[in-house]
Design a protein around this ligand. Structure first.
Ligand SMILES: Nc1ncnc2c1ncn2[C@@H]1O[C@H](COP(=O)(O)OP(=O)(O)OP(=O)(O)O)[C@@H](O)[C@H]1O
Ligand SMILES: [Mg+2]
Length: 316
């Protein structure tokens, strides 16, 4: 299709006996911020490396901008900006020189390049640090430099592999806003992360990966509609007699209850007055309780229902 930017067909990548990518299919459209969400080791970086022809794979094929991607597809590569998971800048070059170097790989015209480097510095808000060497930058600023190096040549497709790991909240917000800005200005974005909150915040469509497989795909709302959980109620309470806990478990729309660490958790599927019904049982039985809150399903719930393990548990 015309507005398809990336098409991955039946991709298989093995490392010895380990199947890192297991018949992966992906299609990414122009204008998307496409999220690849998965725990450590699920195959996100392997997907990116195959996509860029940096890594040979065992099976499948990849098209970018409607053309087959190969290690020598320089015409495709110059339209792509890559921000790798591990920071890749030169220690012996300053902030300005680093950006100028990476931009210079694609932009020969000197005046144009100067303007592009300035735009990139402004974009990541490193204006006060242009003469700094990478070693003098904090983790967050270093990540921002890494991003500036990847996007300075104004690519049509931007791939970011976990750009916010070990970054302070201020830099994290600047990075997330920046990605949305780049997208508004016309770039298609691929964003990998194991932080579901970030993916929910910025991605227009999401593929959830686990063990090299795509286990679900859709907008965040579509993904959440795939599961039975619609609401999780949490009530701080020290103890509940067995028979009353049973009564709550038997309420309409309740499919799971748990009492641990001073908290009652009630998982509901559908229905409109679940919280009122649960509180009504507690009040009728004159049980006192502390804070009460309800949460809509998260992408963690989606991951949990499909795989049986929590995405969160796997985070460091
Ligand atoms: N060079 C390699 N040799 C052998 N196994 C590898 C190699 N690179 C990755 N793997 C394995 O392939 C699987 C996928 O790894 P990959 O780095 O793609 O995951 P990821 O989703 O990017 O994880 P993370 O969130 O930790 O970055 C993992 O089991 C990993 O241990
Ligand atoms: Mg990775």
């Amino acid at each position: 299709m015309e507005n398809t930017v990336i098409k991955i067909n039946n991709l298989v990548k093995r490392y010895g006996d380990l199947i890192a990518l297991d018949h992966l299919e992906l299609e990414i459209k122009q204008g998307e911020i496409f999220g690849l969400l998965g725990p450590n080791g699920s195959g996100k970086t392997t997907t990116i490396n195959c996509l860029l022809s940096l890594l040979a794979f065992d099976k499948g094929d990849i098209e970018i901008f409607g053309k087959k991607m190969t290690p020598v597809s320089y015409d495709i590569k110059k339209e792509i900006g890559v921000i790798m998971q591990n920071v890749t800048v030169f220690d012996e070059l300053t902030v300005y020189e680093n950006i100028d170097y990476f931009c210079g790989l694609y932009i020969n015209d000197k005046a144009k390049r100067k303007q592009y480097v300035e735009d990139a510095i402004k974009f990541v808000e490193l204006g006060d640090f242009r003469k700094f060497y990478p070693k003098k930058l904090s983790g967050g600023l270093l990540r921002r430099l890494n991003i500036a190096c990847g996007i300075a040549h104004k690519p049509k497709l931007i791939i970011l592999d976990e750009p916010t790991v070990a970054v302070d909240p201020q830099s994290r917000n600047r990075i997330l806003e920046g990605i949305q800005e780049l997208n508004k200005n016309g770039a298609t974005v691929i964003y990998t992360s194991h932080y579901m909150e970030e993916v929910e915040q910025i991605c227009t469509r999401i593929a959830i990966m686990d063990k090299g497989k795509k286990i679900a795909e859709g907008t965040k709302d579509e993904l959440k509609r795939m599961i039975k959980n619609t609401e999780t109620i949490t009530i701080e309470i020290l103890d509940i007699p067995e028979n009353i806990l049973k009564e709550i478990s038997g309420l309409p729309h309740v499919y799971d209850t748990d009492l641990s660490n001073g908290k009652l958790t009630v998982c509901c599927s559908g229905g409109k007055h679940n919280l009122t019904r649960v509180l009504d049982v507690l009040q009728r039985n004159e049980l006192s309780f502390g804070r009460v809150y309800t949460e809509l399903p998260t992408l963690n719930d989606v991951f949990l229902e499909i795989t049986g393990t929590a995405l969160r548990d796997k985070e460091e």
